[in-house]
Design a protein around this ligand. Structure first.
Ligand code: ADP
Ligand code: MG
Length: 256
């Protein structure tokens, strides 16, 4: 059975895409099959890898394409593009369906990759609800600025509310909160990290990703942080530590 993870926050610019891409690539480098599904109409995974094709999440949801076709990044890592603006129609289709809670669950049932990761859109919509009905875990990325804290608070509330409303159908568990961009030069970074640790002491990942030029540059070279400059950057070290901790936590939960 696949391990299904959503990388989700209700705020843009929190490092969802960077974390999703790097986590997927890190898993592939351990020779495990991983599928990254882009569910954001901004289609940033497509932008990073500069590849697209006709099969995407939007037209699969809309029933325009019947067979899965993924884009291979390497032998173990493939991704499914979102379909960009098509995600608007997909969200509308889901919300008008009689089976609105389980569209993605049913659609993605045949998938058998070891790990399936969603790079989510920062929105309160039916697509994210459907993803939460499907996944085992949610990772919440946070940038340590003031608005990052409130974004984290919002996604926690969103998940809790959905679980309360879903009559036991939503099993998604918040695996952890990942600091994806910590600025060592600012007091607000320290303050926000302390605030997060006090509020969610059991959920924080200890490995903190600091602001780094290499993390910002890697997407421009269409590479993960582990391929960019052959992985010999501080950014790669920080992401390696975070990904290992994420995988350890999943293993501890007994589902690995
Ligand atoms: N640790 C970091 N250091 C520097 N830039 C970062 C870091 N993490 C993310 N970024 C940059 O911040 C921006 C937002 O990240 P992104 O992953 O696209 O966020 P989201 O998907 O949540 O909107 C991107 O330009 C990305 O390159
Ligand atoms: Mg993104």
């Amino acid at each position: 059975m696949s391990i299904k993870i959503a990388v989700m926050s209700m705020k843009g610019g929190q490092g969802k895409t960077v974390l999703s891409v790097n986590l997927a690539d890190r898993i592939s480098k351990a020779n495990r099959d991983v599928l990254l599904i882009d569910s954001d109409m901004q289609a940033n995974v497509t932008t990073i890898f500069q590849r697209d094709h006709v099969c995407n999440l939007a037209n699969l949801v809309l029933g325009e394409i019947k067979e899965f076709q993924f884009i291979d990044v390497n032998q173990y890592f493939s991704f499914l593009p979102s379909g960009g603006k098509g995600m608007v129609a997909a969200a509308r289709y889901i919300s008008s369906s009689r089976f609105r809670e389980s569209i993605l669950k049913n659609l993605l049932e045949p998938l058998d990759q070891s790990v399936i990761i969603f790079d989510c859109a920062p929105s309160w919509n039916e697509v994210n609800e459907n993803i939460l009905m499907y996944v085992d875990y949610v990772i919440v990325p946070v940038v340590t600025d003031y608005l990052g804290f409130s974004g984290c608070d919002q996604v926690m509330t969103y998940i809790e509310d959905l679980k309360n409303d879903a009559r036991g159908l939503c099993h998604a568990e918040v695996l952890g909160i990942a600091i994806t961009r910590y600025n060592i030069r600012t007091n607000i970074s320290k303050t926000v990290m302390t605030g997060l640790s006090e509020r969610w002491p059991d959920l924080m990942f200890e490995s903190v990703v600091e602001e780094s030029v290499s993390i910002q540059e890697a997407p421009a070279y269409h590479q993960s942080i582990f391929d960019y400059k052959k992985g010999k950057t501080k950014g790669a070290l920080m992401y390696d530590a975070l990904c290992k901790e994420i995988l350890m936590r999943i293993a501890e939960k007994g589902k690995d």
